[in-house]
Design a protein around this ligand. Structure first.
Ligand code: PLP
Length: 413
């Protein structure tokens, strides 16, 4: 395996990429026999924790009926019905296999619907690893250009440079910048994480999403929420339910199937139907794979109000506890986001409002903290994100806080 891993996001993890043998509940067990409390949660999907019995039973019984059938199945219809019931914008939907690919489908639909080509993308937002969206995801500030008009910054070598011409990169949480750019009239879609959760956890400013919705409606621009992280995680209907603003299209992944490779695109019927009768191609050999659909149904049915309440309570306890630990150690740090997914940024006295604020955080200090936590049996992402599951109960949260206090103490010694 190139670099010993199968995704670049598993590379360069301190002190070394781990070999994991199994997961159970809130815990991972590595090949050296260590038990780790897991806040990676598969990079976000495992909202029910590792190996939930309800999923194990659903997929085990489905596999007896066959593996890939290339026809419609009752289980995918049930999964689709649940998505349409839970997600406000979902008049129609389609399944895919990864967040990256359903975002491509959304962009294609928006271009077909508007006859325009350009997409607004915001600095610091991540929408998958494909050439046309991997721009200005984490640009160094000295190469990012002026804040109001960021210079597209490639996220990878080998990326087709001309794809940047089809993007307008803007600062997020800035309505005036969006209003000005959309007035030109050449934008097919505005693509955004409705709450920034990949690079850091930043809420939209009050009125921002409503303002974006209004400008998009006035200019005939398709509004796409990338809910690959927020979907089914911060609320049953994702960020659009949480903030009460309905996009034209939305993309989902991660928590939709608790670790099975499932993604979805959902939205307005007239837009989605372009796939069926409007000449827009959307395909995928593994779309709606029955075993993954069984996992989807089992996951979505498990997402009860009581489950969200429990995660919210324990997540809030963890966020508050971390704030207290950092404050009493004199470490400037912001702990922001949602109890189901939050972000810790060292070196920030006030919470970031956009990528440029966030980029000022002290990454090396946080990596040292994450490494010290790992030595104490707690696994957190080095980029600062913490994912919570229903399995992270009060006792586990309190153990984590004790480990965090000890890790902070060790760093200061
Ligand atoms: N969009 C967001 C907000 C994400 O966080 C991710 C992945 O982390 C993606 C899209 C891409 O999804 P996938 O990795 O399933 O292709």
């Amino acid at each position: 395996m190139a670099g010993g891993v199968n995704s670049n996001f598993r590379l360069n993890i301190s002190p070394t990429p781990l070999v994991i043998e199994r997961g159970d509940g809130a815990y991972l067990y590595d090949a050296d026999g260590n038990r780790l409390t897991d806040y990676y949660l598969g990079m976000g999907p495992m909202i029910l924790g590792h190996k939930p019995q309800v999923i194990v039973e659903a997929v085990t019984s489905q596999i007896e009926k066959g593996i890939l059938l290339a026809g419609q199945t009752a289980i995918e219809a049930e999964a689709a019905r649940l998505v349409c019931e839970m997600v406000p914008c979902a008049e129609r939907m389609r399944f895919g296999s990864s967040g990256s690919e359903v975002i491509q489908a959304a962009l294609r639909l928006a271009r077909a619907a508007t006859g325009r080509e350009k997409i607004v993308k915001f600095e610091g937002h991540y929408h998958g690893w494909f050439d046309n969206v991997l721009w200005s995801v984490a640009p160094p500030l000295d190469a990012a250009g002026p804040r109001e008009a960021p210079v597209p910054f490639a996220g990878s070598k080998g990326q087709l440079s001309t794809t940047a011409e089809a993007l307008a990169i803007l600062p997020w949480n800035d309505l005036a910048a969006l209003e000005k750019r959309l007035a030109v009239g050449d934008i097919a879609a505005v693509l955004m994480e409705a709450a920034m959760c990949n690079a850091g956890a930043i809420h939209p400013l009050p009125g921002y999403l409503e303002g974006v919705r209004d400008i998009c409606t006035r200019t005939g621009t398709i509004l796409i929420f990338d809910e690959v992280i927020t979907g089914f995680r911060i609320a049953p209907g994702g960020a659009q339910e949480y903030f009460g603003v309905t996009p034209d299209l939305a993309t989902f992944g991660k928590a939709i199937a608790n670790g099975f490779p499932v993604a979805a695109i959902a939205g307005r019927a007239d837009l989605m139907e372009l796939c069926a009768t409007g000449g827009v191609l959307h395909g995928g050999t593994y779309n709606a794979q029955p075993i993954a659909m069984a996992a989807t149904v089992a996951t979505l049915k498990s997402l009860t109000p009581a489950l969200y309440d429990a995660i919210a309570g324990n997540g809030t306890r963890l966020m508050d506890g971390l704030r207290t630990i950092f404050a009493s150690a004199g470490i400037p740090a912001s702990v922001t986001g949602f109890p189901q997914v939050f972000h810790v940024a060292f070196g920030l006295d006030t919470p970031a409002l956009d990528y440029r604020d966030l980029a000022r955080m002290n990454r090396p200090a946080y990596v040292a903290f994450a490494t010290a936590l790992l030595e104490r049996g707690v696994r957190v992402l080095e980029r600062g994100a913490w994912f919570m599951s229903s399995e992270h109960d009060q006792g586990i949260v309190d153990e984590t806080l004790a480990a965090a206090a000890d890790a902070v103490g060790a760093l200061r010694r």
